[in-house]
Design a protein. Structure first.
Length: 382
């Protein structure tokens, strides 16, 4: 029997939808909110707006912002202790992927106890989590709708993938207005993360008709809008389309999982503390080339979604166009750098490759990869 499952939170989308945060949290039965954000989002004023809406709904708030770009296990432990001491009974994140990952990880420790490493992998959370409402401030991570949280293990210097349906927030509020305070470089980097989500989820071994439609829509929206969104941060049509692209890519990869690109970027980011989207920009085209022979028809579809004219081309030629389109887009938005320019040294590759083989995202990659394959992709991406 061919059965597909698709999980998603309640989604509120549109300009000005941040105003719905108080009512949304209130109907989850929360009385005191643990609000996770970061210094940049706080300085932009969005946390103040969120707090105003929460207070207007009669909700007390405690703000936690002691986190970094690639959030660490020790930051999560600090947040969990603060959550438990505060008397909060619900969690809100206002920010990009980092605050959202921390919010989810705090929820795990606050309700399940132990060490975060106990939950690395798939479906290891046993106790229900506190109610969660997520408001993304970037168009990239898609964490507001996903069953993932990614946290750096500071001892092993790698990113842990924690995957569980328990991590799907109760409500996602996607307000494109929040994107306009992000600079062009961040808009570019986060969008490449969303593009990678769209591409990897479409070629994933776990893809289904329920995920494929979201994957291709995300790829199409990014291809049509990213250049303009980077060039003019005030273009709200482009920002709105990018917010939708990130959301649809998030729905796709949450259900279809990802592939070798994310298995590899998790290791680089954990070791070098690089921005996840920039690392994806260096690695994605090379993973696409490695996977091309396993599902060329899928890469032809991606080429078409990116606006490539494949009429008259044979299957492999059409599939190759997808890699060419991705390389052009990455170049146009100013992220065309190799891993060596991002700080990766040849001596790191063996350990990073061994760790990538253990990453849960590699399981759904369309082509089986061994240690030598991963090392080769790393070297090609240098």
């Amino acid at each position: 029997m061919d059965i597909s499952k698709f999980v998603a939170p309640e989604i509120i989308f549109g300009r000005g939808s941040l105003s719905q945060i108080g009512e949304s949290v209130l109907r989850l039965g929360v009385s005191k909110v643990f609000l996770v954000s970061d210094s940049d989002v706080i300085s932009s004023g969005w946390v103040d707006h969120a707090v105003e809406y929460l207070h207007a709904a009669g909700l007390d708030t405690v703000i936690f912002s002691s986190l970094t770009t690639n959030p660490k296990d020790r930051e999560v432990s600090e947040g969990a202790l603060k959550y438990l001491a505060s008397g909060c009974d619900g969690i809100v994140s206002v920010g990009g992927g980092s605050p959202t990952d921390v919010a989810k990880a705090v929820a795990i420790l606050a309700s399940n106890g132990g060490r975060l490493q106990d939950y690395e992998g798939i479906n290891k959370i046993v106790t229900p989590l506190p109610p969660m409402v997520i408001v993304p401030s970037t168009a990239g991570a898609g964490s507001e709708v996903s069953q993932f949280t990614i946290i750096v293990d500071t001892d092993r210097k790698l990113k842990m993938s924690i995957i569980s349906r328990s991590l799907i927030p109760d409500i996602a509020i996607v307000d494109p207005e929040l994107l306009k305070t992000k600079n062009s470089k961040l808009a570019a980097a986060t969008a490449v993360d969303a593009l990678t989500h769209g591409i990897e989820s479409y070629v994933s071994l776990a893809a289904t008709p329920l995920t494929e439609i979201h994957s291709l829509k995300a790829i199409q929206l990014i291809s049509r809008n990213l250049r303009q969104a980077v060039a003019d941060r005030g273009d709200m049509e482009a920002n709105t389309n990018m917010a939708m692209a990130s959301l649809t890519a998030g729905l796709a990869f949450s259900n279809a999982i990802l592939g070798a690109a994310h298995a590899m970027t998790h290791q680089v980011d954990g070791l070098l503390d690089q921005h996840h989207g920039e690392t994806n920009a260096s690695i994605l085209p090379h993973v696409m080339r490695f996977n091309l022979s396993a599902c060329p028809e899928r890469f032809r579809d991606i080429a078409v979604a990116m606006g490539e004219d494949v009429a008259g081309l044979d299957l492999m030629e059409a599939a190759e166009r997808s890699i060419e389109a991705v390389n052009r887009l990455i170049d146009d938005i100013g992220l065309a750098e190799g891993l060596s320019q991002r700080g990766l040294q040849e001596e790191f590759i063996p350990v990073l490759s061994k760790n990538a083989l253990k990453d849960a995202c590699l399981v759904t990659n369309p082509r089986r990869a061994n240690l030598q394959d991963i090392e080769s992709i790393f070297r090609n991406a240098m």
